[in-house]
Design a binder for this molecule. Sequence first.
Ligand code: MF3
Ligand code: CO
Length: 300
Amino acid sequence: MNNEITPAVVYGTNGFTFEYAGGRLSRRPVPLPVPPPPSAGPVNSAENVEKMAVAGKAIAAALSAAQTAVQQGERSTLALEELAQAVLAQHGCKPSFQGYQPPFSTEPYAFATCISVNAEVVHGMPSAAKILAEGDIVTVDLGANFEGWHADAAISFGVGPINSAANNLLVTTKNALKEGVKKARVGHTIGDVSRAVYEYSIRHGFRPALGLTGHFIGQSVHMDPSVPNVPPHPLAYDMPLVAGMTFCIEPMLCIGSAEVDVDADRWTIRTKDGGLSAHFEHTVHVEPKGAPARVLTRTA
Ligand code: MF3
Ligand code: CO
């Protein structure tokens, strides 16, 4: 067989590319290993979406509180965990991550938050020993549920003054999420969301961490299908968005190489080259035709 695929192009089992060669898609028809079209993503009742919105508000409040605490001098990641726990409790919500065993792990997670610093991309753990320093960039990622209905969000921010490259990374990641959210409406597909995130990121000089995606969400935190940060293969099934769908869009961008490794703790995912990484995430609800997405985890 004539192998036309450059080695840099790796296709995921769901038909989404992991990476484009040189950040560009080959329009050459490439035979896919017959991916089954995924079943349509779950659609939620208005009543249950309101429960997710309660969780989303609590998360937004907790993330804002964590950022404010750091601005006011808090440097303990364990203190941020405790703060997030307290804010969720005030809102009558429960942490989603604590005690949850995600599909990629062999044991349940111990905390409400994931706190990832600098080269840590996602799933870093809060700890009394993990103390923030001036110039760091930190990501706080938090899931919560109200009456069993979940939301999930993340923000990244600088600890004190940060250099301009780090600041560009933060701004680009936040804006890439915005671009994705704009596409989360009837008439578009999951692939349109992915493409918007990817193209904005690449255009601004940063690449999405390989192999990490967003996800549908509802009665559990991680639901199928996934919401990649890279566009789908042109021949792959691409799911149209339907009002009532709820999912998490979460660009995780790298300043250097997009390759990642898992730490010995088997949770923390960090960039292979030690370069900085940033992560912003919202839980969105697809509104009826003609309306933009409702962001359930909007801060302020
Ligand atoms: N927000 C994280 C994600 O979407 C969830 C962390 S799962 C946990 O990947 F088990 F680490 F909590
Ligand atoms: Co998530």
